[in-house]
Design a protein. Structure first.
Length: 223
């Protein structure tokens, strides 16, 4: 290979195993969320939505646009499970509700000042479950992403502190690769149905009973 060949793609491996003090993925992800600037866009997908406080704070401090895609209760792998596991989809549904309330409160406080724009959507496809995960980052004026995170992380508390997670951060200027990443993102988000805070508040199927609420509050830092 010629030394003069120009590289168009860089791949950075990231490892996370918080219980052993290995924390490479967390600071990279947090900085990406926090540095999202005006006219920049970010798409984040996870099958199990439970953003840690530091990720939520980083997004609220950002000024760009963020779209989040997570599994609907019906697309959760534990939907219609037996025993205690049947409550898992409602737990993640409640985490989304809490996040939307936090976003609404922040935007009310920041009214009149530049702040992030959010859209939260649930992935739905009859008879399918949703386990996709990833992050796509778009620079100002670009219709194709310049950066993506690919790997095992669900961007939740468990991914930071309990599980072994391996990701790569890929930065590219390659037009074909950028187009492929964009197509992947559009395919996933194309099955998303926007969920507003009002939807979450008024849908009777999204209301937790007290035992569910208590269990969800206790388990949040562990899943």
């Amino acid at each position: 290979e010629s030394d003069s060949m120009e590289e168009d793609t860089l791949v950075y491996p990231l490892l996370q195993m918080g219980c052993y003090g290995i924390e490479q993925d967390e600071p990279v992800t947090e900085n990406l969320l926090r540095q999202l600037d005006k006219d920049e866009r970010l798409h984040l997908a996870t099958g199990y939505f439970n953003l840690p406080t530091q990720y939520t704070n980083a997004l609220l401090e950002a000024r760009g646009s963020c779209r989040i895609l997570a599994a609907s209760p019906q697309a959760n792998g534990f939907y219609r499970a037996r025993g205690v596991a049947k409550h898992v989809p409602y737990m993640y549904m409640h985490f989304a509700h809490q996040f939307l309330k936090r976003v609404e409160r922040h935007q009310r406080q920041e009214r009149g000042r530049a702040s992030s724009k959010f859209q939260y959507a649930e992935w739905r496809k009859e008879g399918w479950t949703f386990h996709a995960k990833g992050l796509w980052y778009y620079l100002p004026g670009d219709v194709l992403p310049a950066l993506t995170l690919v790997g095992s992380s669900n961007y939740g508390y468990r991914s930071l502190s309990r599980d072994l997670e391996i990701q790569v951060a890929m930065v590219t200027s390659n037009p074909k690769l950028k187009a492929a990443l964009h197509k992947e993102q559009e395919h996933l988000f194309g099955h998303g149905e926007a969920l507003s805070l009002e939807d979450a508040r008024t849908d009777p199927e999204r209301q937790l009973n007290f035992p569910q609420w208590l269990a969800t509050s206790l388990l949040k830092p562990h899943v």
